[in-house]
Design a binder for this molecule. Sequence first.
Ligand SMILES: *[C@@H]1O[C@H](CO)[C@@H](O)[C@H](O)[C@H]1NC(C)=O
Ligand SMILES: *[C@@H]1O[C@H](CO)[C@@H](O)[C@H](O)[C@H]1NC(C)=O
Ligand SMILES: *[C@@H]1O[C@H](CO)[C@@H](O)[C@H](O)[C@H]1NC(C)=O
Ligand SMILES: *[C@@H]1O[C@H](CO)[C@@H](O)[C@H](O)[C@H]1NC(C)=O
Ligand SMILES: *[C@@H]1O[C@H](CO)[C@@H](O)[C@H](O)[C@H]1NC(C)=O
Length: 287
Amino acid sequence: MKQWQLCLELICVLLTLLLARVPGLKLISLKIPSATNVLSTVTLKCEYDLEGRKLYSVKWYKDGSEFFRYMPDYEPEIRAVKSSGINVDLKQSGMNMVTITDLQFNNSGNYKCEVSTEAPNFDTVANSSNMTVMSYPDEDPTIDGVLPTYSIGDHVSANCTSGKSKPVANMTWYINGVEVDSWQEYRQSVDEADPPGFHSMTVGLHFQVHSSHFTNKEERSSRIEIRCTSTLGESIRHKSVYSTLFRTLTSGKLAQERHVNSAGKSVSTSSSIVVLIVTLINVAYSS
Ligand SMILES: *[C@@H]1O[C@H](CO)[C@@H](O)[C@H](O)[C@H]1NC(C)=O
Ligand SMILES: *[C@@H]1O[C@H](CO)[C@@H](O)[C@H](O)[C@H]1NC(C)=O
Ligand SMILES: *[C@@H]1O[C@H](CO)[C@@H](O)[C@H](O)[C@H]1NC(C)=O
Ligand SMILES: *[C@@H]1O[C@H](CO)[C@@H](O)[C@H](O)[C@H]1NC(C)=O
Ligand SMILES: *[C@@H]1O[C@H](CO)[C@@H](O)[C@H](O)[C@H]1NC(C)=O
């Protein structure tokens, strides 16, 4: 009795394994960039495993409408649908890929690759992904307002403006390579003369120079790097400006300090200098 049951179970397991192998056709990968630049060229890739079966067709759809097919048993093997508004480069398209040139904004959408095998199986596998055609900024961002030198306590105020793009680019500030989490203002410039959807972005940065901005703790002066990046799809552009930082106070700051001292509020560098000079005189006398 027991042996019979075991045997039946074994047959069941084997049958299940065999049946599971029936849809042998497998889609391995679909490579579609999520963002592309207008007027550029993109190659969409579709990798599949026929597992010994014969290929019938590879069809590509955009938003559900076929625009390209590869059928090895037909003449010609490859065909593109002209009215689709998608410019296919036939020379660089085939069983695993389709190349689209001169990308237009209206080429944004959902792209699907569908692979079918010959009789008697007629298996079909498909997958899809979204692609957005953008217009990347064609220039690096610009930084305004940064002075060549600062001292501890000074306020730094700067603006960074991206090149025009569609949609608007993401902006990020970095101080000495460290991303600044928040900045105080941002605004999008809309120029009526630009095509719809094109904008540049300006972001402001405000901070007070602190000893932590010195890269070398020992030196009296240090170089600070203020960098801004604009990011859109695959496009990352950046601009860096450098200033020299001084630990010493500027003459303006000294005047302020003296004012504070005369009001009898605090002891600061200027009075320390006086103390130092007095000490030096004493040393000179005693020797
Ligand atoms: C897509 O946009 C291009 C350029 O703006 C235009 O020439 C074409 O007719 C549009 N195609 C479709 C299908 O809307
Ligand atoms: C389809 O693509 C998505 C995203 O790339 C992936 O997560 C999913 O597993 C794919 N499905 C099939 C059936 O290949
Ligand atoms: C693709 O775009 C469509 C239409 O905008 C949206 O409904 C869908 O969720 C998107 N799919 C993915 C995987 O992002
Ligand atoms: C940044 O832009 C704002 C708004 O246009 C302006 O008021 C400010 O003076 C600018 N700051 C610098 C440092 O250029
Ligand atoms: C901008 O950055 C945000 C957050 O990192 C991200 O979700 C968004 O997709 C980005 N936008 C563009 C246009 O790259």
